[in-house]
Ligand binder design. Structure first.
Ligand code: FES
Length: 508
């Protein structure tokens, strides 16, 4: 295995053209619709609304298309591993049909946008396959094939694939797509601005007061008044409907390596086996395609990430031969407890606030679907699938009881257990360079990091979202919260919500 140490960064971010700068607002302003979050769901919603004549502003805490969307595998597929057999049991045949239709239409819509705007985003039509190597999983794959067909997808069960290793079987759906997500979204952002929309990067929203109008407050104190507000921040930074009880964060790793054109798979693959493995290739140079391998999911803050990177790389080499890895990065998804994204009105009493979250690793087709759904709702139209994705759905809350309770038990375990474990943590002097640990200093728990030069830095270990204790991800040099997935830099800055405030500074 040839792995250059230290290459930790997304291929999509490295290979997109330089974006047009979108500075933060310098004064209070009013707008028809404010979209909080500049990933695929937020930008798609904003673009649809601007095209329909709305005055829209996007407020992004960091850079657009650089968060979760800039770290995906970038598959546009309506086949989401094994979702259809689950859906027909939990939401009925009609629910499964609506899911398939809404996701398929989102992919067709993205294709139309690429054509209309002439976007050069490496769009390729490809089949999407869910495979298994264990013969005991064949029954599950056959059931998924049947459910996906019933839902309206052209699914077939196959035992032969182009993969360079044998499979016991696979569900295959033709006519899906893969692309370069950041190139697509930067083009969408440019078009959005050309049509009169505004985009503000480096603008973290820290307050929301609902009303007529709603008022958003940024971290620099700027107030944004908006008739309608869309919260599309991956994990919602405001939670008026206790959605955090129905979402669980999952982190996953990605490695890439060039492979010869003649042995590169052209279709997209995923298996639920072996801690999930997902594969696709992308156009590369020198007669090669870039193999993109994803897997090794874990709860933020809870795993030896270096060991997992090594396991994923070894798996790729075991299947494809010796590889020279070019990039590696991590991505984060939120799974909803009933496996259906939460897209629609924010909460039962909210008349002007909307949310999009819980895409469970399928945020590209899901984000484009959310853009169409939310723009329809804001414009007074109700698509057939609005009820399926409605965050206020109650019937499914009852059905999802088991995963709901598991989710809460997980949070409670961290909330209580992690407070006790710092009592046995290392002393600050024992923390090696480049590592971090939670230590007790007097009555307080501090998150202490030692940088490469040996300097110690201490911040509060209590996550500013709801108070769980963070733990250190050495490979990515970040404090991570296991409860709802907030992430912080060693100096306490927020890297990823739902937290919006930094970890407090501490003196050792
Ligand atoms: Fe919710 Fe940390 S992310 S408590």
């Amino acid at each position: 295995m040839n792995t250059e140490p230290g290459i930790l960064g997304s291929y999509w971010l490295e290979t997109a053209p330089p974006p047009t700068p979108c500075p933060p607002p310098s004064a209070d302003f009013s707008v028809d619709v404010a979209v909080v979050g500049g990933g695929i769901a937020g930008l798609s919603t904003a673009w649809e609304l601007v095209r329909q004549g709305r005055e829209v502003a996007v407020l992004e805490a960091d850079r657009v298309a650089a968060g979760v969307t800039g770290h995906t595998t970038a598959k546009l597929s309506a086949l989401h591993t094994l979702v259809y057999d689950h859906l027909r049991r939990t939401r009925g045949a009609e629910g499964a049909r609506l899911y398939a239709r809404s996701q398929s239409e989102a992919i067709r819509h993205a294709h139309d946008i690429v054509d209309e705007l002439g976007v050069d985003c490496e769009w390729e039509e490809a089949a999407s396959c869910t495979w298994a190597e264990n013969p005991r999983r064949v029954g599950v794959l056959r059931a998924e094939t049947e459910a996906a067909r019933e839902a309206g997808l052209p699914a077939e069960f196959v035992t032969e694939t182009e993969l360079p290793f044998p499979v016991a079987g696979a569900v295959r759906v033709d006519g899906q797509a893969q692309f370069h997500p950041r190139k697509y979204l930067l083009a969408l952002t440019d078009d959005l601005r050309r049509r009169g929309g505004t985009v503000h990067e480096g603008t973290r929203v820290v307050g929301l007061t609902e009303g007529e109008p709603c008022v958003l407050v940024t971290d620099t104190g700027v107030e944004v008044r908006a008739r309608e507000v869309v919260i599309a921040t991956h994990y919602p930074v405001f939670d008026r409907a206790l959605l955090f009880t129905r979402l669980s964060p999952r982190r996953e790793l990605v490695v890439t390596a060039p492979v010869d054109e003649d042995r590169a798979p052209r279709d997209m693959y995923i298996t639920p086996e072996q801690s999930t493995r997902s594969l696709r290739t992308a156009p590369y140079r020198d007669g090669k395609r870039l193999l993109i391998v994803t897997g090794e999911h874990f709860t933020p803050g809870g795993a030896d990430v270096e060991e997992r990177f090594a396991r994923l790389s070894a798996w790729a080499e075991d299947r494809f031969g010796a590889l020279t890895f070019t990039h590696r990065w991590a991505t984060q998804d939120n799974d909803s407890t009933d496996s259906v994204p939460l897209v629609g009105p924010f909460h039962a009493g909210g008349r002007h606030t909307y949310v999009a979250t819980g895409f469970g690793g399928w945020g590209l087709s899901g984000g484009i679907m959310a853009g169409r759904l939310l723009s329809d709702l804001i414009n007074g139209r109700t698509p057939d699938w609005a009820g399926l994705y409605d965050p206020r759905r109650l019937a499914s809350v009852i059905r999802e009881g088991a995963s709901f309770l598991t989710n809460q038990a997980h949070v409670a375990r961290h909330f209580v257990g992690d407070r006790l474990s710092a009592a046995t943590g290392p002393a600050p002097d024992d923390i090696p360079a480049g590592d971090g640990a939670v230590v007790r200093v007097g009555a307080r728990q501090c998150a202490v990091h030692r940088d490469a030069d040996g300097r110690l830095q201490a911040v509060s270990a209590r996550c500013t979202h709801l108070g769980c204790i963070v733990s250190f991800n050495r490979a990515e040099q970040a404090w991570e919260c296991p409860c709802h997935g907030s992430r912080f830099a060693p100096d306490g800055r927020v890297l990823q919500g739902p937290a919006v405030r930094p970890l407090e500074q501490r003196d050792l």
